[in-house]
Each structure stands twice: as C-alpha cells, then as structure tokens.
Design a protein around this ligand. Structure first.
Ligand SMILES: *Cc1c(COP(=O)(O)O)cnc(C)c1O
Length: 456
C-alpha cells in the first residue's frame, strides 16, 4: 500500500467490535478445568456460582462459542474511551534507527490508566443484571481496583476493595481515586476477615500479597448477602473481555493491510496479553496464518519461564478453585525490591496451555532494563508508560534492534497497557540509581514448589 500509515489508526464507531472472541473455541486441546479444592473434581457451575456472578460463570465454562455478543450497554460504555489508539511508533523507530515497523495499542486513555476497565465494566454489568448489591475484589498495584470502582459507580453497585498493604501505603493517590468513585478500600491483610486475622497472627509484619488479598475478598463476598467476588486477571472470562483489544487491533491493521510478524505483551496474570493475541492466535490455531507471540514477565516473578505446569491454589488462603497453570507456588512472593505489578504467582490457564503447546514464547526481563526502556520510550513517544507495560516495550525494542542487525523489516505489535503516573517512587528509584534487580535462586523456587498440592 503506497498510502502512508497514519501515526494513529482509529476506528469509526460502527467499525468497533460487537462481539468478544473466545480463543478456547479454536483450541483443540483445551485448558484443564478448575477443580474444587475440597473434592478435587471439576467445579460445577453451581459451585462457582457461590463465588462468581452467574453469567460470568457461564463465560468461564464456555469453551465452545467462538464469539460472544457484547451487551449493548457495555458497547455504549466502551464508546466513551474506545477505540483505544493503535499508534505507529515512528519516533521510536527513528530513534532506534531500525527497519522494523513498530505499532502499539495504547490502553492508558481512561482514568483507571489501564486496560482493566474493559473487563471491570463487563463484570459490573453482569453483577447488576443479577440484582446484586455489590462486589468484592483485591487489587495489587491498584489499577484493577480503580477500574472496578469506576464500573461499579456507573451501575450504582457497592465496591469493596482489598488492597495489598505495601501498595496501599505506597500509592495513596490510587486509594483516593477509588474512594472518589465511592469504593471502600481496606489494606490487606486486615482484621475484617477470618483469613486476614489468621495471616496477621502468623506474619504480623507482612506487607501483604495478591494471593492474600484474594482470600480476604472471596471470604467477604461469600459471607455477605447479595455480593459476589470479581477478579481482574487470570480467569478465562477476563481474557474474553480483553479480546476487545485484539479485535480492535486486528480491524485497524486489516484496514491498512498490515500484518504483524511478532506480537508482544507483558504478562502478569495474562489478561492483556491474552486479549491482544486472541484473534491472531485464533488464525494460527485454525492454520490460516502464523505469528510469533511473546509473553514478557519480570525476572523476579518468572511464572512461565521458570515455573512448573501444575494444579495450584490461586490464593494464599486456599479457598479458591485449583487451576492448572504455570506457577511459582501460591506462597511465592517477589522480593521486596520488585517495583510495579506483574507479581502474581501463576498465569492464565489459557495462556499456560498455549505456551505448553509451544504456540507462544516467553521471556523474562530485569527491572532496571525495563525502566531504561520505559525512559527511552517516554522521551520519544511522549507517553509515560506503566512499569508493567514497559516489560513489553523492552522486548519490542530488543526485537527492533535485532531487525537493525539483520536488516529485516519486521512488523512488531505490542500492548502498551497503561500509564505510570502512580509509579513515580519506582521511577525515582531508577532515576537516582537506587533500583536493583533480583532473580530468585533455584533453591528459593524449589521451596515454593514444595508447597504445591499433590494431585495426580
Ligand atoms: C494489571 C496490569 C497488567 C498486568 O495484568 P495482565 O492481566 O497480565 O494483563 C499490565 N499492565 C497494566 C498497566 C496493568 O494495570
């Protein structure tokens, strides 16, 4: 095509996706089912319905419908902040002096500052449809809690957020944004739940962890009438909602006849990466096209690159269903110097299975190199990226530099999941030269693997 590709490729409202794409429908070997921790049998819809909203349970268990309609009301909400821009990183290409063509899908264009709102609004919608009073959840870095509080205020639902304690203390402004949207925010572990009190008794000085906040939020949901628990990543339903990222990217690229060679995303629980790659992975699974997919994770929390593929607990309190996934063990905690998110011990079951089948690659990167890339990107592209997103930037830059060495004109697409305005302590540490890297030893990981449930 001779026409110059614009800096930003937007979609008209009528071009926006009206359905989510369910990649499991095209997987010949499906992800393993969730197991009930008490019986070790696959969870039934009824069992899951005690914790999650009914419609979301249906989506969680749906492995056959390739497309699922996005309810009209969610489509309308999406129109407030979507389509998210697909940007051609001309300035970065020039700076790197690479023949590679680099595109990024920017999800930071809403107040939550990340892609999490795409699933939060869907989950709040289904909770409202079911006539619930409210929902409970956990948040680590704070983006999910912010997104959910926005979605709940839109639907007049009560929103109770358990925020990992160190993050609650380090990011007071995240907390205030949530409170502004009407959410109730509690640092976790707390004495408001039985599991929280138990953890506090055992580890009085703990800074908290995601796994622990999940246990508290689940307990709170199941012990209050008219409440359910919602989760912002890892689950297959969340990947489904996030497929809107990949669908929009694909529609926009198809419009200009662009085909990516490499698609890159940062991976915490796997939702943005899963959503971004879904429609492209579908083509690969159906044998229509081939792409390279790369998951990028922190070297300090390397679930895909150094974890084991096994059934594990999703939370510290061991109250959630067991999931087969690449995991570091549910007791794993990244070292204290780890900044930013991507600190969950496990990975989405869908992505774990795709990775296990060799359909996706994974790399791990150290945080000082991540911040170096973040700074390099910010200085030319104008966006201050979230530390999480910067893992993808680092890998995209590495791939673009390889193209420079080989002279290949590859097209790279990466997910820029959000902005980093609430991460300035971490940026400060990097700018001062105080940031260090930590890679867990094999012995440390083995200690954590020893706690995996024994399941044949
Ligand atoms: C939550 C978050 C992530 C990681 O979560 P995934 O489920 O792996 O996508 C990445 N970037 C940002 C900005 C986030 O808020």
């Amino acid at each position: 095509m001779s026409e110059k590709i614009p800096y930003k490729i937007y979609l008209e409202e009528h071009e926006m996706p009206k359905q989510w794409y369910n990649v499991r429908a095209d997987m010949k070997k499906k992800p393993a089912p969730l197991l009930n921790p008490a019986t070790l049998r696959p969870c039934t819809a009824e069992e899951l319905g005690n914790v999650f909203c009914d419609e979301l349970v249906k989506q969680e268990l749906n492995e056959t419908d390739r497309y699922i309609d996005i309810p009209e009301e969610i489509q309308e909400f999406y129109k407030m902040y979507r389509p998210s821009p697909l940007v051609r990183a001309y300035c970065l290409e020039k700076k790197l002096d690479t023949p590679a063509k680099i595109y990024y899908k920017f999800e930071g264009n809403n107040t939550s500052g990340s892609h999490k709102l795409n699933s939060a609004i869907a989950q709040a919608y289904y909770a409202k449809q079911q006539g619930l009073k409210g929902v409970t959840t956990e948040t680590g870095a704070g983006q999910w809690g912010t997104a959910l509080s926005m979605a709940c205020s839109y639907f007049d639902l009560d929103c109770q957020v358990y925020m990992v304690k160190c993050s609650y203390e380090q990011k007071p402004f995240r907390r205030e944004v949530m409170r502004t949207y009407g959410a109730n925010v509690t640092p976790s572990p707390s004495n408001t739940t039985e599991v929280g009190r138990k953890i506090l008794a055992e580890f009085p000085d703990t800074n908290g962890s995601l796994g622990c906040a999940i246990s508290e939020a689940v307990e709170k949901a199941t012990t209050q009438d008219g409440y359910r628990y919602v989760l912002g990543s890892v689950l297959s339903q969340v990947l489904l909602h996030q497929s809107v990222i990949g669908m929009e990217s694909k529609i926009a690229m198809d419009k200009y006849g662009i085909t990516p060679d490499i698609i890159i995303g940062c991976a915490g629980g796997g939702s943005n990466l899963g959503g971004l790659i879904s429609p492209f992975m579908g083509e690969k699974l159906r044998g229509e096209k081939d792409y390279r997919f790369i998951a990028v994770e922190p070297a300090s929390c390397p679930s895909l690159t150094r974890g084991v593929y096994a059934y594990d607990f999703c939370d510290t309190g061991k109250v959630c269903p067991l999931q087969k996934m690449y995991t570091l063990g549910s007791g794993f905690m990244p070292s204290a110097n780890h900044a930013g998110g991507l600190r969950y011990h496990g990975m989405s079951a869908v992505l774990s299975e795709l990775y296990d089948q060799g359909l996706m690659e994974a790399v791990s990167v150290e945080q000082t190199s991540v911040f170096e890339s973040a700074q390099q990107f910010a200085r030319v592209e104008g966006i201050l990226p979230a530390p999480e997103s910067s893992h993808a930037i680092k890998c995209a830059i590495d791939e673009a530099i390889k193209c420079k060495e080989t002279g290949e004109e590859k097209t790279i697409l990466f997910g820029l999941t959000g902005t980093g305005y609430f991460d300035m302590y971490a940026y400060g540490a990097y700018n001062d030269g105080r940031m260090s890297d930590y890679i867990p030893t094999d012995e440390e990981l083995q200690k954590s693997f020893d706690t995996l449930p024994k399941i044949d």
